[in-house]
Design a protein around this ligand. Structure first.
Ligand SMILES: NC(=O)c1ccc[n+]([C@@H]2O[C@H](COP(=O)([O-])OP(=O)(O)OC[C@H]3O[C@@H](n4cnc5c(N)ncnc54)[C@H](O)[C@@H]3O)[C@@H](O)[C@H]2O)c1
Length: 409
């Protein structure tokens, strides 16, 4: 039975508590967070995930568990990892470290995280749930023979859109790392790359050649949205971030020399029901699509009954409406791949190895995100085969992340 310890008790930690109810051989043993730890621990105990305790520091949590999960905000990542490393140096033994997406705000931070973890010699997992979505895994399994006969996929489109994040730190590009490209582009870029990676090859097999990106601030600079953000302490008239992002990445198969393209599109202006994940993959003579909003179920709430609904987020992640025809997904933790990513990571840790996606993989995704910001900022295609550009990216911090997004949005 692996003892799990979570740093952070917010939105994603709550989702993972739900996911863990479907995972055997794991106990949610401890939680450390600035806010929300006691409530989450209580819920975990109620759902019989173990005798979940609340700890007062990272060091105490690390001592009490086998697997440490960093579910705290992006700006706290490097500090969290240093504290985990300090506890391990003090003689605490752990079996695995999990870090939520995006790995970090920029490449230098991502590199620091990956290097600290490597020096500790502890197996890692980068939590990118979308690659584990059962719909995608199953589509690939069903197409395995077709892909073998016809060749790997050559075009993938991957999109995640919703109406905007829940906490102010996500909106502030200096704390989050950017706008929607950093927050959700990391999902769509990773998932797109996975969908064009030939079956049986490592997740970092394809060679990225070029990145071309366009970003914009389209909705949240307008009233009443601008004012709503200001009320929450975020001023997009002074420190804006992108609420639209379109990234195209061209890859090369290092063995066959064949090229493939990933289009990752994301927005925080999805004024439509729920959160939509839309993926489509095209290979020679075959294709598959995934639309997270296609559900066998649905529900309807009339205006008269709507006042009874207190929190629409309880119904579906990022739902914006509490009435009318609403989306019903009976098992979001399964649908989005959370359960599967836990199973993958915990099996790997029990065997003393990294999960399918490790922190080095997270660092690669960060590099692609940084290349996207650089492309938008410089209004040019970024050549990832150029050693000088790669060196530039190692220390690059996007203007948007620096709080100087007015220059480029
Ligand atoms: N995979 C997904 O689809 C998905 C979904 C949501 C969030 N996330 C990621 O998970 C991370 C957390 O997001 P969230 O939505 O849960 O955020 P949140 O703001 O809802 O919760 C953050 C939690 O971390 C705690 N915290 C903040 N600073 C801390 C510190 N210095 N030390 C200890 N605890 C601290 C807060 O008290 C809170 O409990 C983000 O990196 C986000 O990108 C991933």
């Amino acid at each position: 039975m692996l003892k799990i310890g979570m740093i952070g008790a917010g939105f994603v930690a709550s989702f993972h508590e739900r996911a863990l109810r479907s995972v055997r051989n794991a106990e949610l043993a401890g939680i450390y967070a600035l806010k929300g730890a006691e409530m989450l621990a209580q819920r975990a105990r109620q759902s019989r995930l173990g005798d979940t305790k609340v700890y007062d520091s990272v060091a105490e949590l690390v001592k009490a568990v086998d697997v440490v999960c960093v579910f705290a905000p992006n700006f706290a990542r490097v500090d969290m990892m240093r504290q985990i490393a300090a506890a391990v140096e003090d003689g605490t033994r752990i079996k695995g470290i999990i870090v939520e997406k995006p790995l970090a705000r920029n490449f230098a931070e991502a590199d620091t995280l990956a290097r600290i973890a490597k020096a500790m010699g502890v197996p890692t997992a980068y939590f990118e749930n979308q690659i584990h979505m059962p719909a995608i895994v199953q589509a690939r399994a069903q197409l395995a023979q077709v892909e073998k006969a016809m060749g790997a996929a050559h075009l993938a489109r991957s999109a995640e859109e919703h109406g905007g994040p829940h906490e102010p730190w996500f909106w502030d590009p200096t704390t989050q790392g950017g706008g929607v490209c950093c927050d959700m582009g990391c999902h769509s870029i990773a998932c797109g790359m996975y969908m064009v990676t030939p079956a049986g090859k490592p997740v970092d097999y394809l060679k990225p050649l070029r990145v071309n990106a366009t970003m914009a601030l389209l909705k949240w600079c307008k009233e009443p949205w601008l004012g709503q953000l200001k009320d929450r302490g975020v001023d997009y008239s002074q420190i804006p971030a992108e609420d639209y992002s379109s990234v195209a990445i061209e890859f090369e198969d290092p063995q066959t020399r064949q090229h493939s393209i990933v289009q990752a599109t994301n927005s925080w202006m999805y004024d439509a029901p729920g959160l939509r994940l839309l993926m489509e993959t095209f290979g020679p003579g075959y294709s598959y699509t995934v639309n997270s909003l296609q559900s066998p179920a649905g529900l309807f709430i009339s205006d008269a009954a709507a006042t009874a609904v207190i929190d629409s987020e309880l119904a579906l992640e990022k739902s914006q409406a509490t009435r009318g025809s609403l989306i019903l997904q009976p098992d979001e933790a399964g649908l989005y791949g959370y359960v599967a990513e836990w199973l993958d990571a915990l099996t790997a840790f029990e065997q003393g190895r990294d999960a399918l996606l490790n922190l080095e993989y997270g660092r690669l995704i960060t590099l692609l995100i940084m290349a996207a910001y650089m492309s938008h900022e410089r209004r040019k295609v970024i050549d990832l085969t150029d050693p000088a550009t790669l060196r530039d990216l190692e220390t690059y911090v996007p203007l948007i992340q620096k709080g100087e997004g007015k220059q480029v949005l």
